[in-house]
Design a protein around this ligand. Structure first.
Ligand SMILES: *Cc1c(COP(=O)(O)O)cnc(C)c1O
Length: 383
């Protein structure tokens, strides 16, 4: 009997236990402690950002970023429909309205349709982008760098400047991805827009069990992010609070794990790249196509997306592999079609439907060996 191959699991064979043991022995286990500050510094250094503020998870980081972008309940925000729902829910936490956008062949937001919406469906009044139908002020874009690929940030940032939009980069899947040519050469996912957010959930390329990080190059925003994630306490001694804050801080134990994971991140990315190339060569001349990333980036290769002929094949593969002890899954259900969002605006969603029908995600853990990749491909080709 072959052993079970999971889709994406943590790899904790570095200094995790050592640092966590140290945190526990020191009895600094909560939101204060040296690992939190050190992890924040090391992440900022790794992605060449001015600073980083840790938080409980990627979702809370996105919530705080939208608050810092000045989003209020009367505003609207551009979001992708082909993504994990956590990229969109924070818009609703604030009571604002999402406007769903299509993807392009990178699986990230299509800048052409985004620009078209701004130009044809909106007017600019006193420097504000106003939706002609809802009369809402559209203030920001949430850009998701899907599966470790990157969105077309040159086009997106030009649109953002032209239409006065803040940019929140949901880089929860893309830590370590960066541009290798063009205007943003050397720039990491999460450091190009106004805010960037990483996630250290268990299925991400590096994990803290659960955790997140907010990135910004603006000192004031970083200060504000720290303030909002620590209950907006303005007076430590007397417990005075100057606005509504949140208990969103990361703990020292999580940060201890994170620090050990960060030490291994480049190695994880190398393994993901090696396995990607292995998959790619084994699928050559088959009816399946392993999707690639933009050619102007170094990708962290977080998730592998296999493109099938049709939805029937996709579902068939998932079922067949499950019987063979191999875990795969379809790409996320489109957000604009989900119960909490069916009445929101969605604009010319076409490509997202195609990719939703055809993509199956295949195992991508950094623990994956060559024999396992061979076994997975063999079973898919057997199907
Ligand atoms: C994982 C993920 C999140 C949320 O991160 P958590 O740490 O799980 O809250 C948000 N957006 C996308 C696209 C993700 O993949």
């Amino acid at each position: 009997m072959n052993s079970f191959i999971p889709l994406s699991v943590p790899n904790l064979k570095g200094n995790e236990l050592k640092y966590v043991t140290d945190a526990i022995e020191s009895e600094w286990v909560s939101t204060a402690g040296r690992y939190v500050a050190e992890f924040e510094e090391k992440i900022a250094e790794y992605v060449n950002a001015k600073g980083a503020v840790s938080c409980q998870n990627g979702t809370s980081g996105l919530h705080i970023s939208l608050l810092l972008a000045g989003i209020t309940m009367d505003d609207a925000v551009f979001v992708p429909t082909l993504t994990f729902i956590a990229a969109v829910n924070p818009v609703k936490y604030i009571g604002a309205s999402p406007i769903f956008m299509d993807c392009d062949d990178s699986l990230c937001m299509d800048p052409i349709k985004l620009e078209q919406y701004c130009r044809e469906e909106c007017v600019i009044e006193a420097g504000k982008l106003i939706d002609k139908v809802t009369h809402k002020h559209i203030k920001a874009i949430v850009i998701v760098h899907v599966f470790g690929n990157m969105a077309d940030m040159v086009a997106i940032m030009e649109i953002a400047t032209k239409y006065h939009l803040k940019v929140v980069e949901d880089a929860t899947e893309a830590i370590g991805s960066y541009y290798i040519s063009g205007r943003y050469v050397g720039k990491y996912a999460g450091t190009i827009g106004d805010f960037g957010v990483y996630s250290f959930n268990g299925n991400k390329i590096m994990t803290t069990g659960g955790g997140g990080m907010i990135i910004s190059n603006d000192e004031n925003c970083l200060k504000k992010a720290k303030h909002l994630t620590t209950q907006a306490k303005s007076d430590e001694v007397n417990f005075l609070h100057d606005e509504i804050g949140y208990n969103y801080r990361m703990t020292n134990i999580q940060a201890a794990i994170g620090l050990a994971q960060l030490e291994q991140l480049e190695g994880f990315i190398q393994t993901k790249e090696d396995n990607y190339l292995m998959y790619k060569s084994l699928f050559k001349n088959s009816r399946y196509k392993l999707l690639d990333v933009r050619n102007d980036i170094r990708s962290n290769r977080w998730f592998y997306a296999l493109f099938c002929d049709d939805i029937k094949t996709r579902d068939g593969i998932i079922k067949y592999l499950s019987k063979k002890q191999i875990q795969t899954r379809p790409i996320w259900g489109l957000i604009h079609q989900q119960i909490p969002y069916v009445s929101e605006k969605a604009y010319r969603i076409e490509k997202a439907i195609l990719y939703w029908e055809r993509i199956v995600n295949i195992p991508c853990s950094t623990n994956l060996g060559i024999e396992e990749v061979e076994r997975i491909v063999e079973q898919i080709l057997n199907y």
